[in-house]
Ligand binder design. Structure first.
Ligand SMILES: NC(=O)c1ccc[n+]([C@@H]2O[C@H](COP(=O)([O-])OP(=O)(O)OC[C@H]3O[C@@H](n4cnc5c(N)ncnc54)[C@H](OP(=O)(O)O)[C@@H]3O)[C@@H](O)[C@H]2O)c1
Length: 261
């Protein structure tokens, strides 16, 4: 999976400049993402790997689960919930989304073809591909929430981010080991990193907290970064474009159907 350093939510202050400088230097030196730009990174269905894994794979799984979510009764067995792991980098106005390439899907011209490099039809950019995939996650959550509401008034769909968890053997496992360890050390020392345990507890909260029983189409992010708190936020302007939510759904469903035929 292509990942990037853009998930860092930078605090304000001198340390921000230091961290930004380190990241920018590394970004210039070694492509953040799945190594140097490589359009040959494809899923076995032939989709660009980052969008194929982070968006189309999620949507294919949703299609398999939809009937169960529609039929689930809730109550003692828990609410029928779809929880999508997204990231603040979907929003170019967020701290991490403003570093490096910016997420935007344009008119989705790329997704209208099976053999796309980028959703917007542009040239392959692994940093942007990851951020675009997280924007897809939020657009997808919104449309899924509308669809589920029609199928089952108890069923909800929400997106969240676990915060920056820069584990060298996890999120950064495809990166240069020296970079991964240094980044992890600096982000942890700067107090902006979260732990895997906290990320897991965020997922558990999204999946099981009764306080979210009636919440759908929500976006939750760690705020302030590194302080082990999850809060509701507004997603980016582009993520709230209802026409784009529907168009992304239709184009993605067509691609998945073609790949499954
Ligand atoms: N870590 C962060 O700082 C951070 C921040 C914000 C959001 N997120 C989001 O959190 C989620 C998980 O990130 P993470 O940090 O836990 O990453 P991770 O440690 O790299 O875990 C990714 C998981 O996805 C699986 N995976 C990757 N490519 C796959 C493919 N093509 N098909 C099937 N499974 C595949 C991996 O399986 P294998 O272990 O078998 O490779 C692994 O279980 C992602 O959606 C990410 O965008 C992470």
């Amino acid at each position: 999976m292509a990942v990037d350093a853009g998930d860092l939510i930078l605090p304000v202050g001198g340390l921000t400049l230091l961290l930004t400088g380190v990241i920018a230097g590394i970004l210039g030196y070694t492509t953040i993402g799945d190594g140097p730009a490589n359009p040959k990174n494809k899923t076995k269905q032939g989709f660009e790997l980052t969008i194929g894994t982070n968006h189309l794979g999620h949507m294919a799984l949703y299609e398999l689960l939809e009937k169960k979510l529609a039929a689930a009764k809730g109550g003692a067995k828990g609410q029928p919930r779809l929880v999508v792991t997204a990231s603040p980098v979907h929003d170019p106005k967020s701290g991490g989304g403003d570093v490096g390439s910016k997420a935007t899907l344009g008119d989705l011209a790329g997704l209208a073809q099976v053999d796309f490099d980028m959703v917007d039809g542009g040239a392959y950019d692994p940093d942007k591909a990851y951020k675009d995939s997280k924007l897809c996650n939020i657009l997808f959550t919104a449309e899924a929430s509308r669809r589920l509401a029609k199928l089952n008034p108890k069923a909800t769909a929400n997106a969240f981010s676990p915060g920056l968890i820069p584990a060298p053997d996890g999120f950064f496992k495809y990166q240069n080991k020296f970079f991964a360890k240094t980044f992890n050390t600096i982000a942890t020392a700067a107090g902006v990193a979260e732990t895997a345990a906290f990320g897991g507890s965020c997922l558990a909260f999204m999946a099981a907290s009764p306080s979210l029983d009636a919440v759908t189409d929500g976006w939750y992010d760690t705020d302030p970064p590194g302080k082990h708190q999850l809060r509701a936020h507004d997603p980016s302007d582009e993520a709230r474009d209802v026409a784009k939510q529907k168009k992304l759904w239709d184009l993605s469903a067509a691609l998945i159907a073609k790949a499954s035929a």
